[in-house]
Design a binder for this molecule. Structure first.
Ligand SMILES: C[S@@+](CC[C@H](N)C(=O)[O-])C[C@H]1O[C@@H](n2cnc3c(N)ncnc32)[C@H](O)[C@@H]1O
Length: 406
């Protein structure tokens, strides 16, 4: 292809709201493969742009990248639909149906709670939601897609300085759908990872994701951090060189106890890395009271579910209380203004605002807000992604060591 034809990866990124990193990844996994100039640079023509928008539409349904690539390849030929695509779509249908079953159970519980109003109705409604959802963000397919977007947007920021040595063993706690797992295993290709989560469904998706990316250094286990360590198998005492925990403590009622249990899994002198957010660190322009109130709904729901959306500021005291030593906490600021339209899309809209939008239903059901006010808050948050808007959020990354044996 000649050097002037088509769009460069940077131009396309600005046009479609994905980051250059995501477009490169989509190229690597066969979702949208551009032409190459003689100098080896990517160039996207009209066919690839069409395919990109089809891929974006499929992504919004929660389909994985491999399934999207297969489906688009398939529909681009006249050979009919192959069995791999059918299987991927069936799997996806199973996940959507599982989501719907959960939603129906939630609806029934909420309706039942509202049918028999009691003085503590607010709390009962919230409890009915949190008992079944397990944690406030839930396990729904759109939450998985949000975590994917979040990890892709933030991967450099969150994983900065994290590289494990060849031959070391690393435990990843609460791996979810594997958004961080892929970055960890890619950045440390000769390290053995054991990734755990309490959700079997998330683990299956994480394992699929690693397989799709060609990573074979990760072993997955269904386990609860509060019942570790085990005395045999992959999760025995002092058997890891490092632990990595990202966006998990915020959901736990007893984060110090979890950190105490993880201390026992690591060898003396081994390290832990903990990454968490803190919603209190959020500021934006134009400022807006309804937007701040919508964020506060998330903070209050998470608190009632036993978690803490402001946990970032507690990392140092929690690690110290749990017996870790040499703790250093580093603020990692995501600052977005009109000069970063890609980050405005991926962080303000698809990560932060999508997360707040996810609590609309329970927040309204609990009487913390009403539809109109909450939607005004969401609109004001989206407004900050405009070229004259500004948004800032601070993650906290902590590193600490298990004390050496005396
Ligand atoms: C917000 S997700 C974060 C996932 C992943 N670390 C990431 O950054 O994308 C929190 C994860 O912690 C898991 N989790 C919650 N409580 C847990 C527990 N007690 N033991 C193990 N995993 C837990 C949830 O199932 C969920 O997958």
């Amino acid at each position: 292809m000649d050097d002037e034809a088509g769009w460069t990866v940077g131009e396309l990124a600005a046009m479609c709201g994905l980051s250059v990193r995501v477009l490169r990844h989509w190229d690597a996994v066969g979702v949208v493969t551009p032409e190459r100039t003689e100098g080896g640079h990517r160039r996207y023509g009209p066919d690839q742009v069409t395919r990109l928008y089809q891929a974006l539409a499929l992504r919004r349904t929660g389909l994985g990248l491999q399934a999207i690539a297969g489906l688009l390849d398939d529909t681009g030929t006249d050979t009919g639909t192959d069995s791999g695509t059918i299987t991927a779509l069936r799997d996806h249908l199973d996940r959507v149906e599982a989501d719907l079953r959960r939603q129906r159970r939630l609806r029934d519980r909420l309706a039942a709670a509202l049918d028999h109003p009691a003085p503590d109705q607010l709390m009962r409604v919230i409890e009915s939601m949190t008992m079944f959802e397990q944690y406030v963000h839930g396990y729904r397919a759109d939450e998985s897609a949000r975590l994917d977007d979040q990890a892709t947007a933030l991967v450099d920021l969150l994983h900065r300085g994290i590289a494990y040595e060849p031959g070391e063993r690393v435990l990843e706690v609460g791996c979810g759908v594997g958004a961080q797992t892929v970055a960890l295993a890619t950045n440390s290709p000769e390290t053995a990872f054991v990734s755990i989560d309490i959700s079997a469904e998330s683990l299956a998706r994480a394992a699929q994701r690693c397989a799709d990316t060609g990573l074979d250094t990760v072993t997955f286990h269904q386990a609860d951090v509060f019942t570790l360590p085990h005395d045999d198998g992959d999760l025995t005492e002092s058997s890891f060189d490092h632990v990595f925990v990202c966006f998990v403590l915020e959901h736990l009622a007893e984060p110090a106890e979890a950190l105490r249990r993880l201390l026992r899994l690591v060898r003396p002198g081994g390290t832990i890395t903990v990454v968490e957010g803190d919603h209190g660190s959020t500021y934006f322009h134009p400022d807006d009271a309804a937007a701040r109130a919508a964020i506060d709904c998330q903070v209050r729901l998470q608190r009632h579910a036993g978690g803490d959306a402001l946990i970032g500021r507690r990392l140092y005291p929690l690690l110290t209380e749990a017996g870790w030593t040499g703790t250093r906490v580093e603020p990692r600021v995501v600052y977005v203004d009109g000069s970063r339209p890609d980050l405005a899309q991926s962080f303000i809209l698809r990560t932060f605002t999508a997360m707040i939008a996810g609590v609309r239903e329970p927040a309204v059901a609990a009487g913390l807000t009403d539809d109109v006010r909450f939607d005004a808050g969401l609109a004001a948050l989206r407004r900050t992604a405009a070229p004259d808007g500004v948004f800032s959020y601070t993650f906290l990354a902590a590193r600490a060591r298990r004390p050496e044996a005396p």
